[in-house]
Write a protein that binds this ligand. Structure first.
Ligand code: SAM
Length: 295
């Protein structure tokens, strides 16, 4: 994907370089060609980090239910400590499988509760197209559980999901997320840490309702990434109606300060919040904020 600034500079450089060529000013040409090469290289680097599927899915399929994925892949490899309480950027399949084994059921349970609240406010049938954006998606758990939830609770045609955008610094996790979700919708992957994102990474359609998922990541905010930066990137790049689903086990203060960054936007609506524990024997902690801007 070429961003506007560098694309314009590229066009300008090519035009001028053609004119100079005709005057046979060899020395100056090499300067412009150098600029062109530099711009081409920069564009190549952006393209390398973003992949977008252009074809729309002819017959989209819901992904496997998460419990089946966990049954198939979740395995205790003795790597629990390497996960660093979920904060590590994972580097191999054994770590991915350990993550599913150690955290999968707890994260799924928290997401299910949160999605119940989301869909009390978001009427899937009244919104035409939907885009899901899953930030620090890991293996795509939040998107998978969301699609499972929709499949289990609604009679919803998957072709209304225009795109799933997956953002994640771990290449191996991102590839797995893409593989699992690939049959369900067009996938855009962005292999970046939050602090390296700019609005140019996103291509937003104002007419599409966006669901932004922050699952088990905002509690790491301002220690691992700048929360204000990611909020700014979203604010600059996303128009139309935007729902935010922010869920974590810890640190409600971080979730609240992220929400506050959007409170002055048009159409801000505080939909639902929770801070407490599951009543099951594990007593898992759960915090969530759901809010909306635009529309
Ligand atoms: C606890 S996991 C959550 C993964 C997934 N959202 C879920 O709920 O299972 C935290 C994720 O944050 C990613 N991560 C770590 N540092 C990051 C950063 N600076 N920017 C963006 N993501 C980061 C990790 O690679 C990991 O996938």
């Amino acid at each position: 994907m070429k961003n506007t600034l560098t694309y314009d500079s590229y066009q300008e450089a090519s035009t001028v370089s053609k004119k100079i060529k005709s005057k046979n000013l060899k020395k100056t040409i090499s300067g412009f060609l150098g600029l062109k090469t530099l711009i081409d290289e920069t564009n190549k680097q952006i393209v390398k980090k973003i992949t977008v599927q252009k074809e729309s899915k002819i017959n989209p399929q819901y992904p496997l239910q998460f419990k089946n994925i966990r049954r198939e892949l979740g395995c205790d490899f003795g790597l629990y400590d390497d996960l660093k309480r979920g904060t590590a950027v994972l580097t191999n399949n054994n770590e991915l499988n350990q993550y599913i084994y150690s955290y999968g059921n707890m994260h799924k349970a928290k997401l299910d509760k949160t999605y119940t609240k989301l869909f009390e406010s978001l009427d899937l049938y009244s919104n035409n197209k939907i885009e899901i954006l899953d930030y620090a998606c890991g293996q795509g758990l939040a998107s998978i559980v969301l699609l499972n939830y929709i499949e289990n609770n609604f009679d919803y045609c998957l072709s209304n999901i225009q795109k799933i955008t997956l953002v994640e610094p771990s290449e191996v996790a991102l590839k797995r997320a893409e593989k699992i979700l690939n049959q369900s919708a067009n996938i855009c992957t962005i292999n970046e840490s939050f602090d390296d994102l700019t609005e140019k990474h996103f291509n937003s359609d104002k007419s599409v309702t966006k669901i932004h998922l922050f699952s088990n990541i905002l509690d790491m905010g301002d220690e691992y990434f700048d929360m204000k930066h990611i909020a700014d990137v979203i604010a600059k790049s996303q128009g139309g109606i935007n729902y935010f689903v922010c869920v974590s086990a810890l640190n409600k203060v971080k979730l609240d300060s992220f929400k506050e960054m959007f409170e002055l936007f048009d159409g801000f609506t505080d939909i639902s919040s929770f801070e407490g524990r599951f009543t099951n024997h594990q007593g898992w902690k759960m915090k969530f904020n759901i809010f909306k801007i635009g529309g």
